[in-house]
Design a protein around this ligand. Structure first.
Ligand code: SAM
Ligand code: SF4
Length: 321
């Protein structure tokens, strides 16, 4: 099988504390436990033999890892990699955007769950204005497209649909609404009811702007993307619970401490650090063949289990969303 997309978490640390994502008493990996940038680049290169073209860097908060720009440069020097993206909370993006772009980053996804500064603070313990400044600088330096991800939280931000549309128009960004997943160890009691607000958001947008027109966008992955007629605005919906996109999934995740996660829905993982650190090129290649077989098996199993989420309680800050 082919693997076209790799999502790499480079740290489990974060400078925000989104209540649904991070527990209060989190312990972090020591620096020595994390994969080095050289090891990550080695893994990326080895996967290109099996179709890898697109890499997303995430965290925790990836901009907290010192030298993240160097990792971007190392990956961009691998000729088969055509697309490098970063998922960030945007808090320090204004300081990093120029060098990231210069070193080969193509695009960014920025998380904003509320456009109301007070509610944003209540959800994240951070300041919305810092993120908005990050978006402005990212635009100035030419990162494109910029996508803003909003996790829809029942009872908190589901009434902000039209504000997000206006925001998308004003800032020239694409907004994607994401269903809350039963992941992580944040302070949230997840139930299926948490997923319904996404329908409401779509209805509210259509009530005001008319029927949304199916569209597409660079690296849209699992998002269903629509265009709002006449506004030149794209809105996406990521629905891992109500309408998952698992068929033929060709994504892998690499955690900061060197585990391969075959799928976000399960806790199954395969440690890769030792073979990256001590193995020969041939051993790494054999290992990757084994991972691809396991990925096929895992895809088949998830289909059979009717896409049910397993009890995956791994903290999102360490697997990278
Ligand atoms: C784990 S964060 C890592 C990158 C960066 N810190 C950020 O917030 O963009 C990646 C994404 O996962 C989302 N996320 C975290 N926990 C989630 C959950 N339980 N359900 C859905 N999305 C979640 C976040 O909102 C964010 O957009
Ligand atoms: S969602 Fe991102 S910014 Fe928020 S706590 Fe998790 S890792 Fe940090």
């Amino acid at each position: 099988m082919e693997i076209t997309y790799l999502r790499v978490s480079i740290t489990d640390k974060c400078n925000l504390k989104c209540f649904y994502c991070r527990p209060d008493d989190m312990t972090f990996f020591d620096k020595e436990e994390l994969l080095s940038f050289e090891e990550i680049a080695k893994f990326v290169k080895a996967l290109t033999k099996y179709g890898l073209k697109s890499v997303r860097i995430t965290g925790g908060e990836p901009l907290l890892r010192k030298g993240v720009e160097d990792l971007v440069r190392m990956i961009s020097e691998i000729p088969q990699i055509k697309d490098i993206a970063l998922t960030t909370n945007g808090i320090t993006l204004s300081k990093h955007a120029y060098k990231l772009k210069k070193n080969g980053l193509n695009r960014v996804n920025i998380s904003i769950d509320s456009l109301k500064p007070q509610l944003f603070y209540e959800i994240t313990k951070g300041h919305l204005e810092d993120v908005l400044e990050g978006i402005r600088v990212a635009k100035d330096v030419g990162l494109n497209p910029i996508k803003v991800n909003a996790v829809v939280i029942k009872g908190l931000n589901e009434d902000e649909a039209l504000d997000f549309v206006e925001f998308a128009r004003e800032y020239g960004v694409e907004v994607r609404f994401i269903e809350m997943m039963p992941l992580g160890q944040g302070q949230i009691h997840w139930d299926l009811d948490m997923v319904k607000p996404l329908d409401l958001i779509k209805q509210n947008i259509e009530k005001k702007y008319g029927k949304l027109i199916p569209s597409n966008s660079i690296g849209s992955g699992a998002a269903r993307v629509y265009e709002i007629p006449d506004l030149n605005v794209k809105i996406g919906f990521i629905t891992p619970i109500s309408n998952p996109f698992c068929d033929g999934c060709s994504k892998l995740r690499l955690t900061a401490e060197g585990n391969i996660k075959l799928c976000l829905r399960t806790d199954e993982h395969i440690p890769v650090k030792d073979v990256l650190r001590y193995g020969t090129e041939k051993e790494l290649d054999e290992f990757i063949k084994y991972v691809l077989m396991e990925k096929e098996r895992s895809n088949a199993q998830i289909q059979k289990s009717n896409y049910a989420f397993s009890e995956c309680r791994r903290v999102m800050t360490s697997i990278g969303g």
